[in-house]
Design a protein around this ligand. Structure first.
Ligand SMILES: [Zn+2]
Length: 330
């Protein structure tokens, strides 16, 4: 806050090309205009306002999702809650913690947000629901380790319900043929997994902040007990074309048909991957509907899809749905 007269004057000088004496004179004139009814500070505030400076608020304006990058310290944005995942509990150093992930969207795209511990209450107590528009004040972003970024609320962060009407870009998630995908497209494709790659399906994150750990150490929390997280990649084919697709975390669990805990257990904590590979082999040929973002893998110089939503297709259910649809039409 810029309270004192001196501070306000220097703020005005900093942000305009007016000289200090000129600003002081303008303030005096304003005071006399109000016949001494306002203080010099009050007059200075009015001058600042007339010059288009907002002294009370130093906040940068709202960002759009398409302009949010990882590593930003101050992110203010307004978005619609497209999806809320199940809150998860975890334990660290004997203390219980909670985390919940959300997908927020605006006119320009979608972003994942995570709320931690006390912040999860908003979801549990029902203030925060799917479809609501929320305002994020003083958020920050982190690399999510999946080629994107994740929004979080810091200590000074705030989350408020907003009555703004937001046109979400969900219309931009088109159901597409794989051969029509282009870089940056948010798309839904449907196809069968025709191959899984043999790369290591586990990577390790810090149990406190979920950042990747290197040699058992988190940049922020030092030595921690690394938590295994799943990453699975393979090729999906829709009969018209195919593409490499990468599944992280919950998405990888769905492809595998098994949660991370179990996968870690059957592989003897990641030491013997054979049982997991056998499991994946059994999953070959299964059909999935998945949403993701197409991007160029710089290493391989080819397009790949990073899945952010995936659903196994039950052929029987699908057939019934089609039949029902036909009945309704007739
Ligand atoms: Zn950490």
């Amino acid at each position: 806050m810029y309270g004192s007269l001196g501070e306000i004057v220097s703020r005005i000088v900093e942000n305009t090309d007016l000289e200090k004496t000129k600003v002081e004179n303008m303030i005096k004139e304003k005071e006399s205009e109000f016949s001494g009814l306002i203080s010099p500070e009050g007059a200075a505030h009015i001058i600042a306002k007339e010059l288009g400076l907002n002294l009370l608020q130093r906040m940068p304006k709202d960002l759009k999702v398409e302009n949010i990058l990882s590593g930003m310290n101050t992110v203010n944005m307004t978005g619609k809650v497209l999806r809320i995942f199940e809150p998860r509990e975890f334990e660290k150093n004997g203390k219980k913690g909670k985390v919940v992930n959300l997908i927020l969207a605006d006119e320009t795209g979608q972003i994942r947000m995570s709320l931690w511990n006390e912040q999860v209450k908003a979801v549990e107590e029902g203030q925060l629901e799917q479809g609501k528009v929320i305002e994020i004040i003083n958020g920050y972003t982190k690399d999510d380790g999946m080629g994107g970024c994740e929004l979080r609320l810091g200590r000074s962060g705030q989350l408020k319900l907003s009555d703004k009407d937001i046109k979400v870009q969900s219309g931009a998630v088109h159901s597409m043929k794989i051969r029509d995908l282009s870089p940056g497209a948010n798309a839904e494709v449907r196809g069968a997994m025709v191959q899984f790659f043999e790369s290591n399906p586990f990577y390790y994150v810090c149990p406190k902040c979920e950042n990747r750990v290197t040699e058992g150490k988190c940049e922020e929390h030092g030595e921690v007990k690394p938590k295994p997280v799943l990453v699975i990649s393979g090729i999906i084919d829709d009969g018209y074309g195919n593409i490499r697709v990468v599944f992280f975390r919950e998405q990888a669990e769905k492809v595998l048909g098994m949660d991370t805990k179990k996968a870690y257990k059957i592989t003897e904590e990641g030491k013997d991957l054979k049982p997991l590979r056998e499991n994946l082999e059994e999953r070959l040929g299964l059909e999935f509907r998945l949403r993701g973002r197409a991007k160029v893998n710089k290493f391989f110089e080819r397009l790949e899809l990073v899945a952010n939503q995936i659903e196994e297709i039950d052929p029987e259910k699908e057939a019934k749905a089609i039949l029902n649809n036909l009945k309704e039409k007739n």
